[in-house]
Design a protein around this ligand. Structure first.
Ligand code: SF4
Length: 361
């Protein structure tokens, strides 16, 4: 790992208030703070020389005493289905991945919040890494800036899902700070909170803390008994039982015209049986919610299997008959290990069949 030795101020790490506090003692006009923020987020500036509405002197000062800590080491793996996986190498040498998924008019970016993950869900490649560290807010933001850099004029990331590497609620301060910058319309990226989803594996005690962010909440459920959830998601289930998790969901203040999303990864002969569907209907009764089914995406060394299409249909139909609003989420980017549960094994990236273009930017 490369040690981080740069003592200059990373402007991309500063909150709006911190930026104002940075500018003020320099004797610059106070509006410089929002000008600089606009350059960082809306113009995605990588150098201070680009900041043309700052004076020459101000730009020189920033160049000598500050940085914009964005990574320039990015590997891009392009799937045959149009999905792109970005592998970012961070300043300390750690790597993190995000995935850009085109779907009709939508361009969804799946973001990571940790290097590795606190939890160890048995169907997830990221979970096998253990937790290396939390991402800092600028490292979360850099994923969006980078994805947007790759798009043509007029194209824009439309939706953001915190469903990549890591458990977002285990790094909630940085995630909340990122959401502030993503939704700020004056100098930030101007996303509506309705287009942002935070997904948790079930940190029930922190679920309530998502409400003030005014974004969508998704819960990765995957099992209808504690015994099976303990087998599939041991760390999450040890922290909070299914009962506690569902109680937190029931107490969650879902905004009017919104609903919770429950994610359910279907594993053949493990959680896709008729009795699982029946229990799921009962568990969700009374909750304003929908269910997203995701057929398991296999990866080397994992014992679970993807159910047959017929089994998936049967499960979905049973839920429908039980009046559950249920959707089958098509997995994208499987050929570049970019689909749900496949992120994080960087050595696997280099072994991916070279059906994809690999570039560095
Ligand atoms: S599914 Fe999510 S919470 Fe579970 S190990 Fe993978 S990244 Fe972590």
């Amino acid at each position: 790992m490369t040690p981080q030795t740069d003592s200059r101020t990373n402007l991309l790490a500063l909150t709006e208030r911190e930026m104002a506090a940075f500018v003020s003692p320099l004797g610059w006009p106070s509006y410089r703070a929002s000008q600089i923020l606009r350059w960082l987020y809306q113009e995605r500036a990588r150098t201070f020389a680009e900041m043309s509405n700052l004076s020459q002197k101000e730009r020189e000062y920033l160049t000598t005493s500050c940085t914009i800590a964005r990574t320039s080491d990015v590997q891009i793996l392009s799937s045959q289905d149009g999905t792109k996986k970005f592998v970012l190498t961070l300043a300390d040498g750690n790597q993190v991945e995000c995935v850009l998924i085109p779907d009709g008019n939508r361009l969804t970016l799946c973001l990571s919040t940790q290097v590795g993950c606190t939890l160890d869900c048995g169907f997830c490649l990221t979970g096998t890494l253990g937790l290396q560290r939390n991402l800092r807010v600028h490292e979360i933001i850099d994923q969006i800036l980078l994805a947007q850099d790759q798009l043509g004029t007029g194209e824009r990331v439309t939706n953001l899902v915190f469903m990549g590497m890591g458990e977002p609620l285990a790094n909630l301060d940085a995630v909340a700070d990122a959401v502030t910058r993503l939704t700020n319309k004056t100098w930030g990226l101007g996303f509506s909170g309705r287009r942002i989803t935070i997904s948790t594996a079930g940190l029930a005690s922190r679920i309530k803390d998502v409400a003030p962010l005014k974004v969508n909440l998704a819960i990765s459920l995957n099992a209808t008994t504690d015994a099976l959830r303990h087998q599939l998601m041991p760390a999450a289930n040890q922290l909070h039982s299914l009962d506690a998790l569902l109680a937190a969901c029931r107490a969650y203040p879902v905004a009017e015209r919104e609903r919770l999303t429950f994610e359910y990864v279907l594993l053949a002969d493990v959680n896709d049986r008729a009795e699982d569907a029946t229990r799921l209907i009962k568990l969700l009764r009374g909750l304003r919610c929908k269910v997203n089914l995701i057929a398991f995406n296999p990866f080397p060394g994992n014992p679970y299997r993807r159910p047959s299409d017929a089994a998936i249909d049967t499960f979905q139909n049973t839920l429908r008959r039980g009046h559950v609003d249920v959707y089958l989420r098509r997995s994208r980017g499987r050929d570049v290990l970019g689909a749900c549960g496949q992120l994080g094994r960087t050595e696997a990236n280099s072994q991916i069949a070279l059906t994809q273009i690999q570039t560095r930017c």
